[in-house]
Write a protein that binds this ligand. Structure first.
Ligand code: 4NP
Length: 157
């Protein structure tokens, strides 16, 4: 059965487009591109329509990933259309849950770092105001988390 994954950060120009493109890469490697569909969104709307951040794109490219896509804001319809909604940090997680006061979709919303197996971080750090190392670290962390998501029971049925 097809599964739809949505990666969510604040601006949808750094962390979540990286997660989306890394996951698409890993999914293609496993020949599962028809089975696992990925998208990303931001809780904020200030970068709507923008391409991924250039610094993030450089960091991703170093590890063989080309960042594609344009920023968009998370919408209520995303709760319906996606099976798993992966928040990059706790603020993103809380902001998503705040849009679902009846908790109808709460079971779909998870923290990305809960799927890491070789990093102990609980959140994907926001690299936006930091240096190159922060962007490189986000890519490492997201590879770990994406592999964990891919191996998780959430994608097994
Ligand atoms: P992202 O990073 O949430 O990973 O896309 C950010 C992008 C933009 C801003 C903050 C974080 N900003 O403040 O504009």
């Amino acid at each position: 059965m097809q599964k739809r994954l949505l990666f969510v950060c604040l601006g949808n120009i750094c962390r979540s487009p990286s997660a989306e493109n890394i996951m698409n890469y890993l999914v293609a490697e496993q020949g599962k591109s028809d089975l696992i569909i990925c998208d990303s969104a931001g809780t904020a709307n200030y970068h709507t329509g923008a391409a991924p951040d250039r610094r993030m794109a450089v960091a991703a490219k170093k590890q063989g990933i080309t960042l594609t896509g344009r920023a968009r804001q998370f919408t209520m319809q995303d709760f319906v259309e996606f099976d798993l909604i992966l928040a990059m940090d706790r603020d993103n997680y809380q902001n998503i849950l705040a849009l679902d006061p009846d908790q109808k979709y709460r079971h779909k919303v998870k923290l990305m770092c809960d799927f890491c197996t070789s990093h102990s971080d609980q959140e994907v750090p926001d690299p936006y105001y930091g240096g190159v190392d922060g962007f490189d670290y986000v890519i490492d962390l997201l590879f770990d988390a994406c592999k964990g998501v891919l191996n998780s029971t959430h994608l097994s049925s």
